[in-house]
Design a binder for this molecule. Structure first.
Ligand SMILES: Cc1cc2nc3c(=O)[nH]c(=O)nc-3n(C[C@H](O)[C@H](O)[C@H](O)COP(=O)(O)OP(=O)(O)OC[C@H]3O[C@@H](n4cnc5c(N)ncnc54)[C@H](O)[C@@H]3O)c2cc1C
Length: 299
């Protein structure tokens, strides 16, 4: 019987396991090897790790965790979580079943990209969505934003002061006259035709809209949606926020006693949505671990 099983070994799960290991709490950390930034070459806006490859971040974290006798890591997916506070069972993809007093869900989210041919291949390398993570690397260069209008306006507001120029391409649906004027009033160029493909070239990304082609340094995706990577929120009947994320309190507690959540799949109701950030995920992992320890100490 573990004190905690942490499902997911991105920044949230790795930090949760570190905190639990340091407090000598028998912990199992599970990893199916599907990381949100799995294609990213260099992460940014992570103090002391600005530019570090995410794979290096994870391997350093794992090497440091190996020093803690109470932390066991298994590279296997979890399939089901059943039971209740003090007595959960987690069924693993290799057929094993493991018991634990508490669970931390740190399985993250996956990005469902708009259906633009070539976009998936560029994701995390030359196609991005987060200005805080990847805007500065495009300073003084041309970028494209792939619609729709409201989110594109938000990206222009953040990126406009960093990059040299922005062309917005509609995706799936053309812009209305009002949308077009609004985007242009923010200083962006607007391409009339729908984006039909993106492809890497030596100078960056070739963006095609029918016969029109433009080469930019990188593209930012304004559409797309997030999907829970794992089914545990549904399985456990956890309360979700309007954003689709698991609702947690300050210590990562979910609506199910003994089940905690941290990272991109969860946030507090006071925030409008999940904050996609390595540091914030790690911080949430630490808080959830503290929440677990508090719950195990409760009389
Ligand atoms: C293109 C891109 C670029 C980004 N760049 C930056 C950046 O520069 N700086 C920054 O701060 N943030 C960046 N981010 C955001 C950052 O990657 C996430 O905020 C962060 O990875 C969230 O951490 P997490 O631990 O919640 O989830 P993840 O890192 O996604 O980790 C999820 C973990 O859960 C595991 N898992 C999933 N399902 C199961 C299962 N059933 N059983 C066992 N394990 C499972 C996975 O294997 C993985 O270990 C970027 C995101 C994207 C998409």
């Amino acid at each position: 019987m573990y004190d905690a099983i942490v499902i997911g070994a991105g920044p949230a799960g790795l930090q949760a396991a570190l905190t639990l290991g340091r407090m000598h709490r028998p912990t199992l950390l599970l990893d199916s090897g599907e990381y949100r930034n799995g294609t990213v070459l260099h992460m940014h806006n992570v103090v002391a790790n600005d530019g570090t490859p995410p794979a290096e971040f994870r391997s350093t974290a794992r090497a440091q965790l190996a020093e803690y006798a109470d932390v066991e890591i298994r590279d296997v997916g979890a399939q089901t979580v059943t039971g209740g506070e003090g007595a959960f069972t987690v069924l693993l993809a290799d057929g094993a079943s493991v018991d634990t007093k508490s669970v931390i869900l740190a399985t993250g989210v996956a990005d469902d990209l708009p259906p633009v041919p070539g976009l998936q291949d560029l994701w995390g390398v030359k196609a991005f969505s987060c200005p805080f993570c990847d805007g500065h690397e495009h300073a003084g260069r041309s970028i494209a934003i792939l619609g729709p209008a409201p989110r594109a306006e938000h990206l222009i507001g953040l990126l406009g002061r960093i990059v040299a120029d922005i062309t917005v391409f509609p995706v799936e649906q053309e812009f209305s006259t009002d949308e077009r004027q609004s985007l242009e009033s923010l200083g962006a160029r607007v391409n009339a035709g729908l984006v039909t493909a993106v492809a890497s070239d030596a100078d960056g990304v070739r963006v095609s809209a029918g016969d029109d082609e433009q080469t930019v340094a990188g593209v930012f995706v304004a559409s797309g949606s997030l999907r829970h990577r794992a089914p545990f929120a549904d399985q456990l009947g956890l309360h979700l926020l309007p954003s689709g994320s698991i609702e947690i309190d300050d210590f990562g507690r979910t609506s199910a006693p003994g089940v905690f959540a941290a990272g991109d799949l969860a946030h507090r109701a006071s925030l409008p949505g999940p904050m996609a950030s390595v540091l914030l995920a790690a911080a949430a992992g630490q808080l959830a671990a503290v929440g677990v320890i508090q719950s195990l100490m409760a009389p």
